[in-house]
Design a protein around this ligand. Structure first.
Ligand code: ACO
Length: 323
């Protein structure tokens, strides 16, 4: 018997502290006008000292679990997508498992940077289709502010912290219609934190491991690649552009989002956008945006939703979902 995965609850959490463009003007040589025009971002949330990825993940998860109306002990798999884990190990998923009081089920992290949530959703979907998991908590959580060089105007205006979560339950009808994952490691040097525990532990320990990005090249590749994945997803489901009710894209830059919407011939009113208020929260951005549109009533049962992401690696992917 085939099983399917259905999203039955979503949750989001943003740290209290808001960093505005006006404040950034006092930190680096930039302007509110430049940031708005080139990125669409007006503000981002920044985790407090002592507030970690796990804390954000826990808040978002509890909200998703509440909406799903499930018991904690029904969860039989936890997947956390993050680039900014609290510790080298255990995984953030294991730490979250303990926080939530879940015991025994598999729990693991996925690292695909901004495409992390789509990767995590795809993995959950595979486990659920085979019947190996019935109730999965999928989280995207980041404290990207910790790997940002706050003196580098090329990157520091773009990112923010946050977490989003989804509870998936097994169903006899989909749910997740299809997922599509890709990567090409040849592009690693265009978007990276070049240091890590194995090749430069000192840089990590001294807080010198920061995001480096060739912004223009990333921008062009993102637009081209996201256009292709829209076609791939629709073809796989024999659907037309007009069948998609909502686009819930990775929130990196409003101009990248607009280009993907144009490709879908979709009016901006059908695109869920949170980049202005959240900035780019990497793996958290898609589930945060999804949660906003579910809670404000835009996304309704029966709607067809296309989620897509692009990030470091490069990685890219999509998920088509029947809500
Ligand atoms: N304020 C003012 N000027 C700036 C700033 C800033 N914050 N940042 C860069 N500039 C300057 C640069 O120094 C450069 O100046 P120069 O021409 O004198 O050298 C100029 O602006 C660059 O201008 P453009 O190339 O026209 O900028 P562009 O329109 O490409 O916008 C941006 C730059 C916003 C970074 C864009 O390229 C972008 O969004 N790229 C994709 C970024 C992205 O999505 N990254 C995340 C991917 S997902 C992940 O995995 C993390």
């Amino acid at each position: 018997m085939t099983h399917f995965a259905r999203i039955v609850g979503t949750g989001g959490y943003l740290p209290e502290r808001i960093l505005t463009n006006a404040e950034l003007e006092t930190m680096v040589d930039t302007s509110d006008a430049w940031i708005r025009e080139r990125t669409g971002i007006t503000q981002r949330h920044i985790a407090a000292e002592g507030e970690f990825t796990l804390d954000l993940a826990e808040q978002a998860s509890r909200r998703a679990i509440d909406m799903a109306g499930i018991r904690i002990d029904e969860i039989d798999m936890i997947i956390v997508a993050t680039t900014t884990p609290d510790q080298v190990f255990p995984s953030t998923a294991c730490l979250l498992q303990s926080r939530l009081g879940v015991h025994g089920c598999p729990a693991f992290d996925i690292q695909a940077v901004c495409t992390g949530f789509v990767y995590a959703l795809a993995v959950a979907d595979q486990f659920m289709r085979t019947g190996a998991a019935t109730t999965v908590l999928v989280v995207g959580a980041e404290t990207f502010s910790r790997i940002i060089d706050w003196t580098d105007r090329n990157t520091c205006v773009l990112f923010g912290d946050g977490a989003g979560a989804a509870v998936l339950k097994q169903d006899t009808a989909p749910g997740i219609l299809s997922t599509h994952l890709h990567a090409d490691g040849d592009y690693a040097n265009l978007l990276q934190v070049p240091q890590g525990v194995s090749n430069n532990l000192a840089a990590v320990q001294e807080g010198r491991a920061f995001v480096e990005m060739a912004g223009g090249e990333v921008f062009r590749m993102a637009v081209k690649t996201l256009g292709r994945i829209v076609d791939e997803t629709l073809e796989a489901n024999q659907l037309d552009k007009s069948d998609v009710d909502w686009l819930v894209p990775h929130q990196a830059n409003s101009r990248i989002i607009a280009a993907t919407a144009r490709k879908l011939r979709m009016p901006v009113s059908k695109v869920v956008q949170t980049v202005a208020e959240h900035g780019n929260t990497s793996a958290a951005s898609i589930p945060l945006a999804l949660d906003v549109a579910v809670r404000d009533g835009r996304i309704k049962r029966g709607d067809t939703i296309l989620m897509e992401g692009f990030g470091g690696g490069f990685t890219w992917g999509s998920a088509l979902v029947n809500w």
